[in-house]
Design a binder for this molecule. Structure first.
Ligand SMILES: O=C[C@H](O)[C@H](O)[C@H](O)COP(=O)(O)O
Length: 272
């Protein structure tokens, strides 16, 4: 196993040890390469999972759960009003405020539903994903769009300052756009690095002038374009912060675990 994979594995182990509730009834399982180590770590805990239902965030995630001998229940089959005890997922980039970019593997819509439905979302990643501001190392925002609206959305993104947004193509031999689990397209939209609210308070203009945006402002602008199903920015509140203001669900993780090159694990926690 190379050092990046080893760091993902180390982060997954610590995250699961710290957050997996022994009596969990409902657990969200994200998508990507890092989440594989989260499922391994849950199995390694040795707790009784016979009554636990694992909620996938797409095809790959469902296969992962099933192959591990765990019970998968798709999001549209969970009883109305059910709150997941916990949700684990990876990320493409995480900033100082725990805003995330997700969707590098084209699974962002179901991932957002699952994160929003959980009492807490825990992010697990390797050190490359930890950056002070979004779009530092990772260069684009994945956006899931209705195919019929894709070209119009591309133009609206250019109006917002995106630099050469593009419809993501299939990586298989079959030519044409990649299709998500919903049968939608993904547009990858590069933008300049995003600002935090603290940058704006400090006097930086995050209103999109010169194409420079504050993270939540840009997320809302993109989400408001007709034809956009979901945007791969997870921002705003964590679930406990949302609950404190009488709302259900938050998009941001309560904690992000990063596996470091030296084998250690670094944790970034949200303010309560
Ligand atoms: O669409 C994919 C998801 O958002 C993933 O969680 C994200 O891309 C991180 O994936 P990985 O763990 O493979 O870096």
């Amino acid at each position: 196993m190379d050092s990046v994979e080893a760091s993902k594995q180390a982060a997954a182990k610590v995250a699961v040890q710290n957050h997996y509730p022994a009596d969990a009834k409902w657990v969200g399982i994200g998508s990507g390469t890092t989440i594989v180590y989260v499922v391994d770590a849950i199995k390694a805990l040795g707790v009784d999972t016979s009554l636990t239902r694992f909620v996938p965030t797409g095809y790959q995630s469902k296969q992962l759960i099933t192959k591990a001998g765990l019970t998968a229940v798709e999001f549209d089959s969970i009883p109305q009003g059910t709150v997941l005890d916990i949700a684990f997922d990876g990320a493409d980039e995480v900033d100082d405020d725990l805003n995330c970019i997700k969707g590098g593997g084209a699974c962002l819509f179901q991932e957002k539903l699952v994160a929003l439905q959980a009492k807490a979302f825990i992010c697990v990643a390797d050190s490359r994903k930890s950056q002070s501001r979004l779009l530092t190392n990772w260069k684009y925002i994945p956006i899931e769009v209705a195919p019929i609206a894709a070209y119009r959305v591309l133009n609206k993104l250019i109006e917002l300052g995106s630099i050469k947004p593009a419809i993501r193509l299939s990586s298989t031999a079959k030519e044409g756009p990649l299709k998500t689990d919903q049968g939608f397209f993904i547009i990858d939209a590069p933008f300049k690095p995003l600002l935090l609210p603290s940058d704006v308070k400090a006097g930086k203009d995050g209103s999109g002038v010169a194409g420079v945006w504050e993270v939540e402002t840009l997320a809302r602008k993109i989400k408001a374009i007709p034809g956009v199903l979901e945007v791969g920015i997870f921002s705003g509140l964590t679930a406990p912060q949302a609950q404190a203001v009488g709302s259900i669900g938050g998009q941001k993780p309560v904690a992000a675990y990063f596996g470091m090159p030296d084998g250690s694990v670094s944790v970034r926690k949200a303010a309560v």
